[in-house]
Design a protein around this ligand. Sequence first.
Ligand code: UT7
Length: 335
Amino acid sequence: MNGHRNAGIIGTGSCLPDKVMTNKDFEKIVDTTDEWIRTRTGISERRITDGNTATSDLATIAALKALENADLSPEEIDLIIVATVTPDVMFPSTACIVQKNIGAVNAAAFDLEAACAGFLYGLSIADSLVKAGSFRKILVIGAETLSKIVDFSDRNTCVIFGDGAGAAVISEVPEGYGVLSTYIGADGRDGHLLTVPAGGSRIPSSIESVKKRLHYIKMDGKEVFKFAVKIMGDAAEKVLEKCGLTKEDIDYLIPHQANIRIIDASVKRLKISNDKVYINLERYGNMSSASVAIAIDETSRKGILKDGDTVVLVGFGGGLTWGSAVLKWKSIGRY
Ligand code: UT7
């Protein structure tokens, strides 16, 4: 071990609500078409929670699956980080609710908010904490019920988002495996491009704020699009540079699933072939912090990721924020 600790993913899990909402369903509620949504975004359908399901419900199931996958009991977890922009309540944190639900009695718990880059922020923090020896087994969860904050009368936003949760257990792994590098960043100057204006201390909830529809996602899609294409390439290059690798070393790229045109443009810029890129956007839409987490769980369970693969994760979102990571993959449970 060389005196250094290495951290990596030792188990993953995910949870998607059963209810499917197709593009055709949206044709009935806003002025849109299946064709527009597919060609402009790459999305065909997304999962939507029912009225009784909150973010912690999805996060809890994803967490239990990740624990099972890692062959750990809840008591062995010493920290839970939930990345979300759709917490159950203002406080307590969704992480504390998950801690109670799964019985992780020995875990500290907190939420972090970095929008769609949230899971990558969580992974970066967990990696540092395990390497430092401060915590041994950390659950990082990206969980969202975006359907609860989407304005179903705004065609610019409502067709894009979906609900879901993904979880990963981060722990010490043998040298040469796991997280090789992470990179996170932010530019608060452009926060207004993607926001839910009301419900916080700037515009507290009121009859007026509800009437003005200020509790829903507001997005300048075009500007976010431009930022996304630039940052996806930059963040991937930077994180590879940090661990002494180059674009040529990428075996697999797992990008944040926001728009197929953003992914295509980034892939073109990075000059990697499309068969090295995981896309589940057409089935789930953009699930913010859950997107990358669910994609890791799917690629892992399907055996798409092979032992020794160099995997690059990259995401961006409201804040504005971005994050990336390089993993040296090894099949779960075989360390
Ligand atoms: O996770 C990070 C969060 N968000 C993102 O990554 C989103 C980034 N942005 C995008 O993905 C794209 O900008 C959108 C998918 C949101 C929009 O696509 P676009 O190609 O940038 O469309 P646009 O905003 O330039 O709009 C083009 C036209 C407009 O009509 P006019 O003004 O040209 O008559 C829109 O009103 O398309 C119209 N439009 C729609 N038409 C049918 C916008 N939404 C729809 C819709 N159906 N759902």
